[in-house]
Design a protein around this ligand. Structure first.
Ligand code: GCV
Length: 848
């Protein structure tokens, strides 16, 4: 880039020059990441531990088990760092002794162990043992020891006091799994962190180092199972070659107490087993599953079990033979039971060919309608795995009614850690506050307190099994975004203890990952906690779900994509109003699936909380919310507010410059700048769409008015031709320009008052090519960039609408603004508008 691009009279944000190149390239480093690059690093900040009076040595292990040894392994768990610190302090000797309760009884019977440690639980206690200061970590079993060690390390990085440490902890629920949606070819469905850590080109990878690292990360937050393959296309994984490969994966995870599970295709007996049926009640099919399961346990003695997606989104299932999910689940469960394995049968079963014109049709009803009648018909080692909401991982949904509909069946809640509908890791969205809302939601089954967290833990209806499953979809760059790792961490912590709060989990993660400086801690905690509400505010409203392209990318705005098709993610808007009537009285009846107190709340307009209003009711645009605001005015206000909140995230991060690792600072800064720009794309799409739909103007006069905007279609165009963008709401006034030659330009003559401006150029960054842009004033280039970010879609729309901001540009009337786009054939340098904002009231404060 020639320095001459930057005229001396103008202070230009140099970042803009490199933004296009750097933005997402940074997300895929060449090397595989280790657990140390997630949260398992022990920063120098631990030197501030104030009551440490210890010279710690490698822990003494009382047992020889693999898991316990992993817990003691100083190289792997960070005790090495603790050693260093402690030596530096040069204090008296203190020892760590770790072991199971049984081992302590044998070797140190004088230790007053709690007699009732639940499975996988632990006790950490500072005491004097054989005359020496000692920290005892006693586990109920091997895993308990390991989890206790990780707890100790976590407390160390949080500067906890140790002289009097006395901690007892046990997991709230036995099933704490992550599900990966990795395909045999090495891609990851809904994964945004690069290729699979498990598979490559149809095989298990030779080098499974990163799998061990992943298992270590998982163990550090108490996760004890990992399902490694996609629920879609699972049939090949039961072949001989695959099972041998999967056994290697199980070996890599075993030292960390993480058991392998796999997804299976219910049609496997036919697809790979040579049978002419997969009818679960056919004796040959039953025998096939039994033999297959025996084969698996020969290779993987601690195999955890199967996950099943059936009769869903094209996946085959028992319905083909008129059989029920219970019939299918029980065949697998019978085969697994003698070995201690379980079946996680997904309740995500629905008809994706619903009739939009049928006002009684409702996808939200499906899980309850299908599974509630089967309550009590599942074998004890079957767990019904229920997505947290009745639709599909939307930014906001009510909790699934099915949680209260299964009193005699074990349940697990499925959450999505990967941000399929939440900005796909390009947007900062810390999901723990949403998960907490779900976990704490009291369904009032049998008119008593039955919060979701107690139902899935098996407490409300007294089941030994149950838990949480997080769809993680990590890749070789973990989640592809450093701050997104807070979600993986939070998932594990909540599965261990759903009573933890989202902000305390955020603090733990920040201290372990980024560092303990108080300003960093408070700022980032605030950012994380504000990020989900902000995302909600600019992507949808009042329970409509994420108004994204649901038949395509699931990323940018596309409001009509949810309507007029069989997928049932409808919001039913028209000129008169919006919302799905799910009441019993006049709608689909979904509200009536909840226990009476909750059903009553959602049945009535008056008592339905505003944030779920349109999930349950169809109302006119002028309907007044509890706040007194009309629905349409809320739509305008909340989207302007949401875009502002997204910009604020960047502004907050900017205050951390110089206080954290510069590489991390710049990586996140660029992401947040992108997010702020994309929030504007979302805001404008939703606001202009519903302005047109409702015909009701914005009381505050913003909707449809962009005083500083110069539209590309109004410019003097050379080579560019005007394009109707599809969907229209994804471009300003529905139009953009696209370059049909090699080099094209758009020019405007500035006619406003003289001053300093930040000038945003809104263009479309298409796959797979790289367009180049130059923005100049009076023929002098002010910024130039390559549009080569990895964003969805090959045509200009809200998936790839991106803004680049040149800051503090001096303009006077008569100046000529020019954008030159160079197409590379596959990316036609499409352009939407430029927007001028007086530099003094710039809303993006992410400047370096
Ligand atoms: C694995 C959604 C996702 C699919 C996913 C499916 C499921 O529809 O978009 O990618 O498939 O849920 O959970 O089975």
């Amino acid at each position: 880039m020639a320095k001459g691009c930057f005229a001396a009279s103008k202070k230009i944000d140099f970042y803009v020059v490199f933004a296009g190149i750097a933005l997402f390239a940074a997300a895929f480093p060449a090397h595989a990441q280790t657990a140390d690059e997630a949260w398992l690093k022990y920063l120098p900040a631990i030197g501030t531990v104030n009551d440490v009076d210890y010279h710690l040595t490698r822990p003494r292990t009382l047992g020889t088990g693999e898991i316990e040894q992993a817990g003691a392994s100083s190289e792997l768990t960070g005790f090495r760092e603790y050693d260093k610190l402690a030596r530096g302090l040069n204090k008296s000797n203190t020892y760590i002794v770790i072991g199971t309760a049984a081992e302590f009884h044998k070797t140190f019977s004088q230790v007053p162990l709690p007699s009732d440690l639940p499975p996988e639980g632990y006790w950490i206690k500072a005491l004097t043992l054989d005359g020496k200061k000692t920290i005892v970590v006693a586990g109920a079993d091997d895993r308990g020891v390991l989890y206790g060690v990780f707890d100790l390390i976590r407390r160390l990085s949080q500067h906890d006091a140790f002289a009097k440490i006395d901690v007892r902890s046990a997991p709230a629920m036995p099933i704490r799994w992550v599900d990966e949606w990795d395909n045999a070819n090495g891609t990851v469905e809904r994964g945004y962190g690069g290729p699979s850590i498990f598979f490559d080109h149809g095989h298990v990878r030779d080098d499974l180092t990163q799998v061990s690292e992943y298992a270590r990360l998982l163990a550090s937050v108490g996760i004890n199972g990992c399902n490694v393959n996609n629920v879609n296309g699972a049939a090949p994984f039961l072949t001989d070659e695959w099972l041998h490969g999967l056994a290697r994966i199980a070996d890599a995870m075993r030292p960390w107490g993480v058991r392998l599970a796999i997804s299976v295709d219910i049609a496997s007996p036919q697809k790979i087993g040579g049978l002419n049926t997969f009818d679960p009640l056919d004796p040959a099919v039953k025998a096939w599953w039994a033999a297959k399961v025996n084969e698996i346990y020969e290779l993987i003695p601690d195999f955890a079990g199967f996950t099943v997606k059936a009769d869903s989104e094209g996946a085959p299932g028992p319905a083909s033979y008129g059989r029920s999910p219970a019939d299918a689940a029980n065949v697998l469960a019978t085969a697994l039971a003698p070995h201690g394995g379980v079946v996680l049968y997904r309740a995500f079963v629905y008809n994706n060919h619903l009739d939009y014109n049928d006002l009684k049709a409702d996808r939200a009803r499906a899980a309850y309608d299908i599974f509630h009648p089967l309550d009590g018909k599942f074998l004890p080692n079957v767990i019904v795995q229920i997505k947290e909401g009745p639709i599909d991982f939307q930014a906001q949904e009510p909790v699934s009614s099915l949680f209260a509909g299964l009193h005699n069946t074990s349940q697990a809640m499925e959450l999505q850690i990967t941000q399929e509908y939440l900005g796909q890791q390009r947007h900062l969205v810390y999901i723990a506050p949403m998960w907490k809302w779900v976990l704490d939601f009291d369904l009032r089954a049998d008119s008593r307190s039955t919060p979701v967290k107690e139902i899935i833990a098996g407490k409300s209806f007294d089941h030994p099994l149950g838990g949480m499953v997080g769809v993680s979809c990590v890749g070789r760059d973990w989640l592809g975004s450093p701050l997104a790792m807070a979600n993986l961490y939070a998932f594990g912590r909540l599965a261990w203890d759903p009573n933890l709060s989202a902000d305390e989990i955020a603090r733990e993660w920040i201290q372990q990952t980024i560092g303990g400086n108080v300003q960093v801690l408070l700022t980032l905690e605030r950012m994380l906690m504000q990020s989900w509400p902000a995302y909600l505010h600019y992507t949808g409203f009042l329970g409509t779900q994420t108004l994204t392209d649901i038949t395509g990318s699931h990323y940018g705005p596309n409001i009509e994509a949810s309507e007029h098709n069989g997928w049932g993610q409808w919001h039913r808007d028209d000129a008169s109003g919006i919302g799905m009537d799910r009441t019993v009285a006049t709608g689909t009846g979904f509200a009536g699936q909840y226990p009476p107190e909750i059903a009553k709340m959602y049945e009535s307009l008056a008592s339905t909380p505003d944030d779920l209003l349109l999930f349950f009711h169809h109302v006119p645009w002028t309907y007044k919310l509890h706040s007194g605001k009309t629905v349409i005015q809320y739509v305008y206000d909340i989207h302007y507010q949401g875009a502002q909140e997204a910009a604020q995230l960047g502004a907050e991060w900017a205050t951390l410059k110089g206080k954290i690792d510069p590489k991390l600072f710049e990586d996140v800064r660029a992401r947040l700048e992108y997010q702020a720009g994309h929030a504007i794309v979302w805001r404008d799409a939703i606001v202009q769409y519903f302005l047109k739909e409702s015909g009701i103007p914005d009381m505050n006069n913003r909707a449809g008015h962009f005083p500083g905007r110069l539209e590309a279609e109004d410019a003097r165009l050379t080579g560019y031709t005007v394009l109707d963008v599809d969907p229209w709401e994804d471009a300003s006034r529905g139009k953009a320009v696209t370059c049909s030659e090699k080099t094209c330009s758009a020019e405007w003559t500035y006619s406003g008052p003289a001053g300093h401006f930040n000038i945003a150029v809104q263009c479309f960054d298409l796959q797979p090519g790289t367009a180049r842009f130059t923005f100049s004033v009076n023929g002098k280039p002010a910024a130039t960039w390559a549009a080569d970010a990895a964003l969805p879609s090959r045509r200009p729309n809200g998936d790839n609408s991106t803004r680049y901001t040149a800051r503090d540009i001096i303009l006077k009337p008569g100046d000529v603004l020019r954008v030159e786009g160079v197409s590379d054939g596959s990316d036609p340098a499409a352009l939407d508008y430029v927007e001028l904002e007086p530099a003094s009231r710039a809303n993006l404060s992410t400047a370096q």
